[in-house]
Design a binder for this molecule. Structure first.
Ligand SMILES: C[S@@+](CC[C@H](N)C(=O)[O-])C[C@H]1O[C@@H](n2cnc3c(N)ncnc32)[C@H](O)[C@@H]1O
Length: 233
């Protein structure tokens, strides 16, 4: 677990190049240290940019990719939670979302974001259908009984720049936190287990990236800044 700074301390005053958790009046942040460090990040489900994306209804490529032609309330497993942005948007569009995240520091940020969002009455309905589980998705998927979810959504970290799914500062800090490359074949196994668990798996990729685990997707949907690979059985 990362070192935790109190509100009276500042990451800018520490030697550069480290990552810390920083409690601020605006919530728990993940910050890099040093005077030139990018702005700290936190989970803010009430943020203006998310309100804009919520207002776009079902026109979001992410929402279309996950929903496909399925009707009703979909049960979605977001197996790569990250900062929870995609999971939140899916929940905003009428889906019941369980997000899995294995990194304990990110889980603290997500939990903090969920707690603060509870104070916002306009998000009440959304928070009722958005849940976080701290776990390794590989294990969760292997033990998952059939029929629990309709869709698995995967957005694993991509090592190169370009087509990144998150804005620059977030990716910079996330990459620093999750700097260990996944063991060989992990992404392939993740996709295979997801495909065994549900009929529809959606994978977010940078536009020109190879398919996850080298497994070609039968269908694709292009978003503005990324591509969604669709595995349907
Ligand atoms: C690019 S981020 C996801 C961003 C997310 N879609 C969002 O909207 O913020 C990828 C995340 O997947 C998580 N992850 C990767 N493999 C995982 C696994 N096996 N189990 C759980 N989480 C995993 C990483 O820790 C990282 O936080």
């Amino acid at each position: 677990m990362l070192q935790r700074l109190s509100p009276t301390q500042s990451p800018q005053d520490l030697p550069p190049g480290r990552l810390v958790l920083w409690e601020t009046g605006e919530g728990l942040c993940l910050a890099m240290t040093g005077p030139q460090a990018p702005h700290p990040i936190r989970v803010d489900f009430g943020a203006g940019r998310l309100a804009f994306r919520r207002s776009r209804g079902g026109s979001e490529a992410l929402v279309k990719a996950v929903r496909g032609s399925q009707k009703g309330t979909l049960r979605v497993l977001d197996a790569t939670g990250g900062l929870g942005t995609d999971a939140f948007l899916l929940a905003c569009h009428g889906m019941k979302v369980t997000m899995l995240e294995k990194d304990p520091n990110l889980c603290l940020l997500l939990q903090d974001g969920l707690e603060r969002a509870k104070a916002l009455p306009r998000l009440k309905n959304i928070l009722e259908v958005l849940h976080l589980v701290q776990t390794d998705s590989l294990v969760f998927l292997e033990e998952l009984p059939p029929g629990r979810f309709d869709v698995v959504y995967l957005d694993p970290m991509f090592p190169e720049r370009g087509g990144a799914a998150l804005p620059g500062k977030e990716m910079q800090i996330l990459r620093r936190l999750l700097s260990d490359p996944p063991p060989p074949d992990e992404e392939k196994v993740l996709l295979e287990r997801a495909r065994r668990a549900v009929k529809r798996v959606v994978v977010k990729r940078p536009k020109n990236a190879p398919p996850l685990g080298g497994i070609p997707a039968p269908f694709q949907r292009m978003g503005k800044r990324c591509r969604f690979d669709l595995y349907v059985s």
